[in-house]
Design a protein around this ligand. Structure first.
Ligand SMILES: CSC[C@H]1O[C@H](OP(=O)(O)O)[C@H](O)[C@@H]1O
Length: 354
């Protein structure tokens, strides 16, 4: 069956979120970091769907890449009967795992295009595995390119401090990271004084994942409560707020982790640059504006408790949207591997993404 090419994870720079083995996919269980590095091995699309739903693996690009591997696993383990129906069902199941990150649907569409060209199960198994690895490698390459594009926008003449939100590193992507990739590049070029990392309640991607990734690479990081971001920007040493994205619409509105919108308002008030870094797989030109983006709401227990420890009265009503939408008017630059949209608007988005 498929002799998948060398998985990019073995060549990825720094931490990786997943490891591809041809007949199985290993996922680093991000729910347990930083206390425990535990890998889960999945052999089918259902297992990948469950891991996406449960946020074992999370981050818009990483969701797309793992879903692509899920389709490849569906072909690899399909029975001899109606293999096409099995793979179609796998794609439907993966598409239902989380609603906001368009990278998931972008990756599944890429896999479907390959699937429809296959005439045998053996051909499907080989070609879908190769496409999934290509999607992974393309994402890593995009992250490396975006870091260069971002530094051309920032053009720092001396080391700068930045603030970031959530986790947009190797754990959220095919490696290196989007906004965190920019931070890695600043550090590599000795142009980084400090990264302020929002803890990013309620799921704590900042304190548990970003702080962990940066510490692993000896990158200077200061963890802060989300509520401290305003005071940090008021101090005046932060030059840019740099964040990722889960979906960017045709007019430049950006859906990203809850709390991003308030950071954009703060940045504009304090005359700090606000930069969104995301691969073109995050662009959704089919949606006119951010109001069209489906915003995932997760269980209230994620706010009421941490690891089963209650933080609020039992059963208290919770509003837990895990993304919000930042209007294009508050964004100074959207950086992708294809180029940069400054002061994003529908014209600038169409010029770059058609
Ligand atoms: C480069 S990751 C993009 C995006 O995904 C994260 O969401 P989640 O952790 O819920 O999957 C967060 O919004 C990041 O900014």
């Amino acid at each position: 069956m498929a002799n998948s090419p060398l998985p990019p994870s073995s060549r990825a720079i720094g931490t990786v979120a997943m490891r591809w083995h041809g007949a199985s996919l290993e996922l680093l269980d991000q729910r347990l970091l930083p206390m425990e590095e535990h890998w889960i091995t999945v052999e089918g699309a259902s297992g990948v769907s469950q891991c996406i739903r449960d946020m074992v693996v999370r981050g818009a690009p990483a969701i797309g890449i793992s879903a692509a591997y899920g389709v490849a696993l569906a072909a690899r383990h399909a029975g001899g009967g109606d293999w096409k129906a099995e793979i179609k069902q796998a794609i439907r199941e993966l598409a239902a795992s989380r609603p906001t990150a368009v990278n998931l649907f972008w990756a599944l569409q890429r896999m479907e295009r390959v699937f429809h060209k296959c005439h045998s199960l053996d051909e499907a198994s080989k070609r879908l595995a190769a496409e999934a690895v290509t999607i992974h490698e393309d994402d890593l390459a995009a992250n490396l390119a975006m870091a260069g594009n971002a530094l051309e926008v920032m053009h720092p003449e001396a080391p700068i401090s930045v603030l970031t939100h959530c986790n947009t590193g190797a754990l959220a992507t095919g490696g290196y990271g989007t906004a965190l990739g920019v931070i890695r590049r600043l550090h590599e070029k000795n142009l980084l004084t400090m990264v302020y990392a929002d803890e990013t309640r309620p799921w704590l991607q900042g304190s548990r994942l970003t702080a962990w990734e940066l510490a692993q690479d000896s990158i200077p990081v200061t963890l802060n409560a989300d509520g401290a971001a305003a005071a940090i920007l008021a101090q005046g040493d932060v030059r840019w707020v740099v964040v990722g994205a889960d979906r960017i619409t045709a007019n430049g509105d950006v859906a990203n982790k809850i709390g991003t919108y308030s950071l954009a308002v703060l940045a504009r008030h304090h005359k700090v640059g606000f930069m969104v870094v995301a691969p073109s797989s995050t662009i959704d030109m089919s949606l006119a504006a951010g109001t069209d983006i489906p915003i995932e709401e997760r269980d209230g227990s994620e706010v009421r408790e941490i690891r089963g420890i209650p933080l609020a009265p039992e059963g208290i009503k919770v509003f837990n949207p895990v993304f919000d939408v930042t209007p294009a008017s508050l964004i100074d630059a959207i950086v992708t591997e294809k180029g940069v949209v400054h002061n994003p608007n529908i014209t600038g988005m169409r010029d770059l993404f058609g």
